[in-house]
Design a protein around this ligand. Sequence first.
Ligand code: AMP
Ligand code: MN
Ligand code: MN
Ligand code: MN
Length: 281
Amino acid sequence: MTLNYDLHSHSTASDGVLTPSELVIRAHNQGVTTLALTDHDTISGLNEALDTAKSVTINLISGIELSTTWKKRCLHIVGLNINPHSSILLEGIKQQQTIRAERAQTIALKLEKQGIYGAYKAVTIAAKDGMITRSHFADFLVKENYVTRNQAAFDRYLGERKPAYVPTVWVELADALLWIKAAGGVAVLAHPLRYKMTATWMRRLLAEFKEMGGDGIEVVTGRSNPEEIKLSYNYAKKFELAGSVGSDFHTPKNQWVELGRCYPLPEGIQAIWDLFTKNGN
Ligand code: AMP
Ligand code: MN
Ligand code: MN
Ligand code: MN
């Protein structure tokens, strides 16, 4: 059997559309053999995902995608093979959740200043017990016809320098790595090319990331083209970081991103999954 790793995905515990159980079943049906559930700043979907994974025989890796701050930028760090009972990690997640909740209120207030009311109530209902993300606000803006598409909501209101953008101080990158390490996990820089950094900044980041104990970078994501894979591969090689593969799946409605539908990790660098150690979870 060929192994198919997808180490970055979202469920209704954050801004994904499928429940953890539906996500695991879809991954299995798409031929994924090892799936990581990596919701934004929460692990609340893991129990359900682990349960379902047993019944469909898929290897479910406990994960999380932490929003972090590094030199005033927001970077996403995927923690993989974490022990979900680690008290240091759980304490950290609690802090992130407070930041998220306050930020959501501020975003809603900023939208009110633009004459848009009812956002907070709508996103709270939509997120249920899960994390409120800007995707929830984008969905609200589409539903209420303020914009026609999700992307337009970011372009007009939610993106950087737009009227409802809230600069947010997340956990420092170095501390996020400590949380992941304390939970026995490996730390991966998510979608490295999405931060639109210059090559100089990217090298600065990767050197520091490696120094702080970072383990790998996503060399292949759901939307990577061969050129981007090559570029990320070269970064991984240069900074002696392992390579990860993850679709960043959120919804079956996005025809461009599907669970397990990624290019394979190129040979010649360490695969991140070779660094997973038994975690007792
Ligand atoms: P948050 O972590 O609350 O800032 O929300 C981030 C989520 O919003 C990401 O995981 C994406 O799913 C989505 N997102 C962020 N930026 C954009 C963008 N420019 N266009 C569309 N979706 C975006
Ligand atoms: Mn997301
Ligand atoms: Mn991300
Ligand atoms: Mn993601």
